[in-house]
Design a protein around this ligand. Structure first.
Ligand SMILES: *Cc1c(COP(=O)(O)O)cnc(C)c1O
Length: 412
């Protein structure tokens, strides 16, 4: 990477101080899987020849069957998005007459909105600082006689405490739904993600491990739940014009999205291999920098190596805001991990105010780094070389940033 070192030999050469960025095109933290285009076209020819574009066509059926097998679940029901898969599954599973849904605050930013759509009040719980995920302990602290459902959300690296949550939910007779969007490929000692709790929800959004442009699906072993969800996502119709289920809506997956998702599923093992290579590139290069800790994937289990998260340790010399500013100026679209947490989000619907000191601390410390199909190991070496440069020149960078802020203030 001598070329890059040359490029950023002085702090003047940083893009944040007006020089050209390190990358001409943005390096994103979204996975952006690129399924094989010919495979996508081959699948697409099936719906095109049959002239059936949606409404449980053959590709949607094939996808559901393959995903159920993949996750070791009896049933899979597809949806137009992960959002509606979550909302409709929550609406079916939540205990009637109870009003609260327990979910982490350090999570996907739309999670509380989903609760509002189904008329439940989110009660935010802490996460375990080691897993960054909900655990039986953090959920138990929020349970009360209004609890309608527990939403066990997997973190973006490794899995949450599946067994602990199952035991807790069963002991208290509370429905348990997993948001497993970030754990599609993962296993735990007792089995494959997708086969636990009352149901598990996944997304096929283009930024996730399986890319169906947009889409989502639910896996479950509960036949009655699967049937109800299949009715709900298609207006509540069973056969033409026979509404057996009020409250259904159009949340179906269509054939072209299923074609893309099938092409993505065919490519999954290769995608995980590529992700492992990128993860190892980060692992090797980051080992030379003190102050940054790469979150490690649990390699004793199956893991997607999808997301790259680093922790800024106390001896990292720059603030997270300045670190992100410098990286973003170079077209390295690193992002703060799940920030702000949901309990600080402005919400126009009922929610429960709470103090979550562990979440507040964790929300300040982590950064999501570029990953996925469009980030090469050479890109990663260049990114980490830049981080090293930032650490080595932190004092002069901080001084220059302060001057920049002061002069921006004067000229205003
Ligand atoms: C993206 C995401 C969702 C929502 O999926 P969409 O298909 O984009 O609606 C839900 N949960 C988590 C954890 C996510 O990251």
């Amino acid at each position: 990477m001598s070329l890059i070192l040359q490029a950023k030999a002085q702090i003047n050469e940083l893009a944040v101080f007006g020089s050209p960025p390190l990358f001409a095109t943005a390096k994103s933290t979204s996975n952006l899987v690129k399924p094989d285009f010919d495979t996508f076209l081959r699948y697409s020819k099936i719906f095109h020849d049959k002239r059936r574009y949606t409404n449980d066509g053959s590709l949607v059926k094939l996808l559901e069957q393959r995903l159920a097998e993949f996750h070791g679940a009896k049933f899979c029901v597809s949806f137009c998005s992960g959002f509606w898969a979550l909302a409709l599954t929550i609406s079916v599973l939540a205990t009637k007459g109870k009003s609260e849904i327990i979910m982490p605050s350090l999570t996907y930013r739309r999670m509380s909105d989903i609760a509002a759509w189904v008329g439940l009040t989110p009660r935010f719980c802490e996460v375990d600082p080691d897993t960054l995920a909900v655990s039986a302990t953090t959920v138990a602290a929020c349970m009360n006689d209004k609890t309608a459902l527990i939403l066990g959300v997997h973190p973006i690296v490794n899995c949450c405490d599946v067994e602990g949550l199952i035991d807790l939910a069963e002991a208290n007779n509370i429905p348990l739904l997993f948001d497993s969007v970030e754990s599609v490929y993962e296993t735990i000692p007792t089995g494959k993600i997708g086969s636990f709790g009352h149901a598990e929800v996944f997304s096929l959004h283009a930024s996730k491990l399986l890319n169906g442009f947009e889409g989502g699906y639910v896996t479950t072993n509960d036949a009655a739940l699967a049937r109800e969800l299949a009715l709900l996502h298609g207006f509540g119709f069973e056969g033409p014009d026979n509404i057996v289920f009020p409250g259904g809506l159009n949340a179906k997956l269509n054939e072209i999205h299923a074609a893309m998702a099938l092409a993505s599923l065919d490519d999954l093992e290769a995608q995980v291999d590529r992700n492992r290579e990128r993860y190892q590139a980060y692992q090797q290069t980051l080992a030379e920098i003190t102050g940054l800790r790469l979150l490690a994937f649990d390699e004793t289990e199956k893991t997607s190596y999808k997301n790259i998260v680093i922790e800024l340790l106390p001896d990292w010399p720059l603030s997270r805001a300045d670190t992100l500013r410098i990286l973003n100026a170079e077209n390295i679209l690193a992002r703060a991990y799940y920030t702000p947490p949901l309990h600080h989000k402005a919400m126009a619907y009922p929610h429960i105010e709470c103090d979550l000191p562990v979440t507040d601390q964790l929300a300040e410390r982590f950064v999501l780094m570029p990953c996925g199909h469009f980030v090469t190991t050479t890109d990663i070496e260049a990114i980490v070389t830049l981080l090293k440069f930032m650490a080595d020149h932190a004092d002069s960078i901080k001084q220059r940033l302060a001057e920049q802020k002061a002069s921006a203030h004067v000229s205003r």
